[in-house]
Write a protein that binds this ligand. Sequence first.
Ligand SMILES: *[C@@H]1O[C@H](CO)[C@@H](O)[C@H](O)[C@H]1NC(C)=O
Ligand SMILES: *[C@@H]1O[C@H](CO)[C@@H](O)[C@H](O)[C@H]1NC(C)=O
Ligand SMILES: *[C@@H]1O[C@H](CO)[C@@H](O)[C@H](O)[C@H]1NC(C)=O
Length: 158
Amino acid sequence: MASSLSQTVLLSILFFLSLRQACAEMTYLHFYFHVDDVQTNSTDYGAISVLDESLREGQDNSSTLIGRAQGLQAEVGKDGSFLTMFNFLFLNEKYNGSTLAIYGRAPLGTTIERPVIGGTGKFRLAKGYTLATPLVFTSTQIIYEYNVYVWHIETTDD
Ligand SMILES: *[C@@H]1O[C@H](CO)[C@@H](O)[C@H](O)[C@H]1NC(C)=O
Ligand SMILES: *[C@@H]1O[C@H](CO)[C@@H](O)[C@H](O)[C@H]1NC(C)=O
Ligand SMILES: *[C@@H]1O[C@H](CO)[C@@H](O)[C@H](O)[C@H]1NC(C)=O
């Protein structure tokens, strides 16, 4: 018992040393998800589609592009809800090339909360959640406002 405890402590120390000055950090991100190509009739139970949409600084669709949302969505709920799997690839100066992986249930017409299950680059070991609020939802334009709360490490070796 005592030896397995000290083994655990030792492994934890080695883990933290191996991260080389890593420290946990909380980052808040705010941006707008613009659906570039709105397909009005794509909603059917069992339907699966792929997406590559714009993440922009503002609600205006000509505002600065800060990343892309690339992923899969499937209509898995008979209530019209979706299962979504996204990588948010950041292209702005601060997080250029880093990604966040978002996985979760997306009911329509309400604020959607989804888990952040991982990340790369500046967002290694990411954990957190996203809140997506539909701002515009018409047959020609769909925009969500995103609030993202993410805990991750910052390493010095990249
Ligand atoms: C969508 O589907 C409905 C019924 O299936 C059809 O009447 C309508 O024309 C379709 N709209 C578009 C934009 O394809
Ligand atoms: C850009 O926004 C305008 C109005 O805000 C809208 O009419 C137009 O369809 C949008 N363009 C795209 C590609 O979504
Ligand atoms: C992001 O990285 C790419 C490739 O390294 C580079 O071409 C681009 O200019 C960078 N963008 C910004 C905004 O720093």
